[in-house]
Unconditional design. Sequence first.
Length: 440
Amino acid sequence: MSLPVLVVLVVFGIALSVAAVHFTGGTTTATLAGADHAFARFAEDFPDERPGAVRLTADSHAAFLDLGPQRCGIVQSIGDCFLTRIVTPHDILELTREGNAVSLRLNDFTWKGGSFVFAGEAGVMDEYNFPQVTQLAIPFFVVAILIELWLVRTGRAKGSFETRDTLASLMMGTGNVVAGLLLGVVSYWALLWLWQFRFFNLGLSIWVFVAAFLLDDLRYYVYHRIAHRVRWVWAEHVNHHSSQHYNLSTALRQSWTGLFTFMFILQAPLVLLGFHPAVIAFVFGFNLVWQFWIHTETIGKMWGWFEFIFNTPSHHRVHHATNPRYLDANYAGTLIIWDRMFGTFVAELEEDRPRYGIVKNIGTFNPLKVAFHEWIGMFKDALAPGLTLRQRLNYLIQPPGWSHDGSRDTSETLKAAYVRRNPGEAGKPGLPEASARPAE
Ligand SMILES: [Zn+2]
Ligand SMILES: [Zn+2]
């Protein structure tokens, strides 16, 4: 083949390619419709990957997908289609970040990288925009409280309300929301930081949400049990038990100081297992909504199968009661099966009606006192003169009511004293055997 013919053929070939690209829309640049689009396109090429959060560039021409420690998936528009690839530190020749802009130079002959400008400095936190379940439920809370109030006031249902008590509960609830906005981000960011060390990335599917809900409900059981058995955590949780009434407004009597107990570390195993912190926060919202409606005396015992599986008004009345047999029982959030499995279940008895509150009621409606009284009491005890270091520590970590000289009542001493007064009750659910006498 002579040289001129070869040149003509090459030029013609190039012209044909340019025309083909031009007339098939190759000069337009495809845009990603959103995170789902990026996930779907990436999954076509990498079906085995389970991307976590995704971040779109401001022009929606590219998306960065979080694939776990030191790995990132990229969906990038080239002409009217998208290319995908996985980038590891090994592929990166140069990486510069400036504000929302990232520029990347890759050690790859097919794609040299490029510059990407992201919409905001949001980070992974905003990539999952799940609804705030508890906030959406606030109108339902208000309407339900008003209906219960009307039912009780008109004598149509069992229950008791006291205006000052309900107001205190509502203020505690409001303060809890404010504290969540101010302090909740701290624990959330700690969990997001942990997310990079996860063993798996479970991604998002209906089963991931179901599994997250169940495991988080178990996490709540563990937290709640600790909250009643370790004074450091009780100092925060006692708020919820400080009302001597039991109605829907009691449910809103939530703590302000949860962050300081560091109990959010109980969520760490879930994060490491591959549940994104946003998923955990989302499913916990449903748990809290469930825990709202069970704070009522208007509903008696429900169907047998329901009472067997779920935490119900009857089971949670037991949890709020100070009757000796009911102390330290029914820690469940949504599923009562955890209490049945771990031996903390006590059924409500017709002949032992719950008396609500705490063993030593604080007799105040002042939200500040409600929020901080036990913290103050605990530090006073721990810092009292003449104690050993071990005794001081015990005031923080032993169950509520523990004292270095045994001068106060714990739930064990109250239960034992009750059995001594009522020997026939020994060994019944929530009560010790008669032989279990404490040192007098
Ligand atoms: Zn409790
Ligand atoms: Zn409660």
